[in-house]
Design a protein around this ligand. Sequence first.
Ligand code: ATP
Length: 233
Amino acid sequence: MALLEVKGVESGYGQLQILWGIDLDVIAGETVLLLGANSAGKTTLLRTLIGLLPCWAGNIGFDGDVLQTLRPDQRIRRGIAFMSELGVFPALTIEENIRLGGYALTQAEVRRRSKELFELFPDLANKRRQYASSLSGGQRKMLGIAKVLVSRPRLLLMDEPSSGLAPVFVKQVIDALKTVIGGGTSLLIAEQNVAFLELADRGFLIDGGRVKLSGTRNELESDDSVRAAYFGL
Ligand code: ATP
C-alpha cells in the first residue's frame, strides 16, 4: 500500500485554480521526484499536501488516514514534514536550528537525534556553535535537511532543495540526500533540476498543474520529451 496516495487533487489561490486533478503516490521507503519547470505547480502541490493551502477537491491519503481535512500540525504529527526553499533561521546557530526542529521531542531525544545527525553531516558538527548565516549555500541546505529530520518524519516533502545554489553546492546537497535515503524517511522532492533524478526510484512530471508523465527513473530518463526539455538532448 502507498504511504502517500494523492487522487484528483485540485487547489489554487483565491479564485485562481492551479492544480487540476493531481494523481501521485509514494510507497514507503521510496524517493520520488516531482519534476517541473518554473510555475508548473510544484510548490502549490506540496503546500496543499501539508495543509498550508486548502485542498479544493480530491483526496490525500497517508498510511490509511484521510489528510485533506486535517490542520497542518495534525498532518505533521502523523509523520509528514515540509522543508521549504528557505529552510533555516540564519540568526540562530546550527545547534539552535536543529533543536528547533525537535520542538515536539524531549530534551534527551533531541540530544540523541542531534548526535546522530551530526554524525551524518560532519561539516555541520564542526560548526555547531556558529550562526547559520555563516554557512555556505550548500551547507545551509544540509542544515535545513538535518533540522527537518530531527523528528524522524515518515515522509519528507522537499521544495526545490537546489534553489539559489551554484552547481557545486547542488552536488553537495544530492550527496547529503544519498546518506538520508534508506534511513526510514521517504522523500518527495520537488525540483526543476533534473540532476535530482539520480536519487529517485520514480518520478512525476508536472506541467500546468497536471501530471503529464510518470514512471521509474529509467523510464523518465529515456523518455524523449524529458530528454528534450531537461537534458537538452
Ligand atoms: P517555481 O519553481 O517557480 O517555484 P512551482 O512549480 O513551484 O515553480 P508554483 O509556485 O506552485 O510553481 O506556482 C504555480 C502557479 O501559481 C504560478 O503561475 C504562480 O504564479 C501561481 N502562484 C504561486 N503563488 C501564488 C499566490 N500566492 N497567489 C497567486 N498565484 C500564485
